[in-house]
Design a binder for this molecule. Structure first.
Ligand code: GDP
Length: 472
């Protein structure tokens, strides 16, 4: 009603008169219903995703396979806290800089790029952990090609190790296991690898396909082997991009610098970006005034797989936003359009994600055939019991898929995963922490908590059978 500037009652009336739909003012309508309703008022409904995509589609021409050249892999390091993510990233940053490249990497811009002696190179996202990884994915930026899963050899597979595995699997990104801290007397790499088997990560020397390296981020032992394996995995993935086209990339990090204005780190995914290029990034347009690499050095151009810091954006975009070099007028027009949409979006009460109560409607629509769930519980036994009970509710038409299960309170990582996977979070005798609750509210992720297994089973069964009312 707000967008069309007609009284809400008129829409409710029209729904009844023209579509024989008995609706109330706070009822959710599906897209087809909205489309028909808008038609009555002379408006055309377009899905937001389609709209955003259609704007830039023209420039999204496919590359001729003949123009594709190999590009460096983009790697994210994930693992449990204190297992050595930061030290590993530091170690690689320091040790594998091409001889003669004076100064080394001086600044944190969100990503860096290392070149090995033989000229091959790798780009690392400099924010370790899966929160950043999933936040980017939630914004549609699948930029990681390979995940390094780091596990300390003197510890074991821990909750965040399991989370990282779930995130990588959900994203369909191959993992390389780095068993770290092998310099410690207490190190037991075999035990760690054995434990990983229980989480469906089969490393090479345990009969699987997952590449693994034993390393010490402290002494540097095994790091070369790890990088070699990253490059081997990259070769298997046959990563290529066309460097000879307008640049396309993703925003890794952005902030407002008092002196320089918006400073945006972009990972170029295809094409080559040059100083002076006009661009669109997120809801802003701009022109590249200057580009800096992770060494703080001015660069004139950046090709596929390269992270660069850009000055000249019209505003501060969000991590995960798309970046695209294009004609200035077009960029300005799309940016203005997106800024308007963005304002309108804030006006609307926007519900996103699958709600348990909506599931049956989506299913009836043929939109979904699987209910993805994330199960958190107070103890291992209960997580297992709830998971088993819910999984068994699946039928031939509709499956319950448990994409992540773990002991502990519902945290932000669970919500991010739920958002990207369109999953519902089930807590058994656990509650969401404050951060998770706020994030769930913002992103529209449904959290259901239970103290009795029977109630959880009942609700999920009702959702599957279409008996749960949407209001719930
Ligand atoms: P993060 O939380 O995963 O980023 O872990 P950090 O990189 O901060 O490492 C946690 C602690 O383990 C720090 O005190 C590191 O110095 C130490 N550490 C990391 N890697 C190694 C290693 O290979 N050997 C030893 N002995 N200590 C390490």
């Amino acid at each position: 009603a707000e967008l069309m500037d007609v009284p809400a009652a008129q829409i409710v009336g029209s729904a009844f008169k023209n579509l024989s739909l008995m609706v109330t003012i706070n009822q959710r309508l599906d897209f087809d219903q909205i489309e028909m309703l808008l038609d009555e008022f002379g408006f055309v409904a377009v899905r937001e995703e389609d709209y955003a995509a259609s704007e830039v589609e023209e420039v999204e021409d496919d590359d001729d396979p003949a123009d594709l050249k190999p590009r460096p892999p983009v790697v994210t390091v994930m693992g449990h806290v204190d297992h050595g993510k930061t030290l590993l990233l530091d170690r690689i940053r320091k040790s594998n800089v091409v001889a003669g490249e004076a100064g080394g990497i001086t600044q944190h811009i969100g990503a860096y790029h290392v070149e090995l002696e033989d000229g091959r190179s790798i780009s690392f996202l400099d924010t370790p952990g899966h929160a950043a990884f999933t936040a980017m994915r939630a914004r549609g930026a699948d930029i990681t090609d390979i995940v390094i899963l780091i596990v300390a050899a003197d510890d074991s597979v821990m909750p965040q190790t399991i989370e990282a595995i779930s995130h990588a699997k959900n994203a369909g990104v191959p993992m390389i296991v780095a068993v770290n801290k092998v310099d410690l007397p207490a190190a037991n790499p075999g035990k760690v690898k054995q434990e990983l088997l229980q989480h469906d990560v089969q490393v090479e020397d345990y009969g699987g396909q997952v590449l693994a390296a034993e390393i010490s981020a402290k002494t540097g032992q095994g790091i070369d082997d790890l990088l070699e394996k990253v490059l081997l995995q990259a070769e298997l993935l046959e990563l290529t991009a066309n460097p000879d086209r307008a640049a396309h990339g993703a925003v890794i990090e952005a902030q407002l610098d008092v002196g320089k204005g918006p400073v945006v780190t972009v990972l170029i995914q295809k094409g080559t970006l040059r100083v002076g290029d006009d661009f669109l990034c997120g809801i802003y347009d701009g022109r590249v005034r200057a580009m800096l690499d992770e060494r703080g050095k001015q660069v004139k151009e950046a090709g596929p797989g390269m992270p660069v810091q850009i000055l000249g954006s019209g505003g501060v975009p969000q991590a995960g936003d798309a970046f695209q070099a294009m004609d200035a007028d077009r960029a300005a027009e799309i940016a203005a359009n997106r800024q308007r949409l963005d304002r309108e979006k804030q006006l609307r009460i926007k519900e996103r994600g699958i709600k348990l109560g909506d599931f049956s409607a989506l299913m009836a629509d043929g939109q979904v055939g699987t209910l993805p769930l994330i199960i958190k519980g107070d103890v291992d036994g209960s997580v297992q019991a709830v998971s088993d009970a819910l999984e068994q509710l699946g039928t031939s038409e509709v499956q319950v898929e448990i994409i992540h299960r773990a002991v502990g309170a519902i945290n932000e990582s669970d919500i991010l995963l739920a958002e990207t996977a369109g999953a519902v979070v089930i807590g058994f005798r656990v509650r969401p922490d404050t951060g998770a609750r706020q994030l769930a509210e913002r992103s529209g992720v449904d959290i259901q908590t239970y103290d009795v297994i029977y109630n959880a089973v009942d609700d999920v069964r009702s959702a599957l059978e279409g008996m749960l009312s949407p209001e719930q």
